[in-house]
Design a protein. Sequence first.
Length: 332
Amino acid sequence: MNPPKVTDIEYIQFLIAAQRVYTCTEAAQCAPATPHAPAHDAFVRLLHRQPPDTAALWQEVRPYVRPTTGLLVLDDTTLDKPYARNIELVTRHWSGKHHQVVAGINLLTVVWTDGTATLPCDCRVYDKPLPNGQTKNEHFRAMLTTAKARGFAPQFVCFDSWYSSVENLKAVRGHGWHFLTRLKHNRLVNPDGHGNVPLSTVTIPAPGRQVHLKGFGMILVFRIVAPDGDTEYWATNHLTMHAIERASLARQCWTIETYHRGLKQCCGAERAQVRKARAQWYHIVLAVRAFVRLEIHRLRTGRHWYTTKTMLVREAIRHYLSHPTVVLDATA
């Protein structure tokens, strides 16, 4: 059997350099002009050849994380596929970007952050048609189990209210970890031993208040009022947390939203024009690995992802201006 003409590293480098179009056809057209240059079919076969596995992602990011420090932040995002009609994995999901339900692929990621670096360590695709696939909460707990097996012992595990079910909270506690999450205003708590009441009816001072969460146990709750009047409830099983520490951790939690933006805008995660689930999933994994390279480069040089991609274009323009291969003359 002949060896493949394209490797995953070559596809990752294409994702880093590409600016607008991330198709297999474009990848083939960008390949070096050699006698045995790969055709677009070689890139298509690459996406279909590899199984959906994130082991390579972990091996690449492992040297740069400190498993016993920092935070693990888990969240999902919707990769927009507004015109998809026959693409597998595309179902309807809520989008925080559009503030409505849209067609797309739901990607769950766990990132490690120390406040400076933001490094994805694991990811899963939520295949909505059940019972064949897992629910979001099952993916959540599976990623926690995987992180534990890889030696993680983070200071906190952070996630939003979607994943704050009692079963998930017990899963975090079962690993011996602390969590920081948001709770809905109607969660039932027992503040004074006289019965469960909705969280929104409980008086919570600025330093926080210890209450008993129904089905779980004692937690510390903070009430945050945003400038627009919106109210959020943050909760942790670290009962001695200070309000200043909570605010610092909440800012670090936001790094996963920055990661989602970089993954989509700089790595083409939602722009694969393939239909099969296997190909879509592997393209997403390779896009995540491309983001890791951009992030490591940022940490080493101080250049942001957008600056790095712009520099690639500048180099191409500079080379063209010095050695034009195509002459465009409007007066000809």
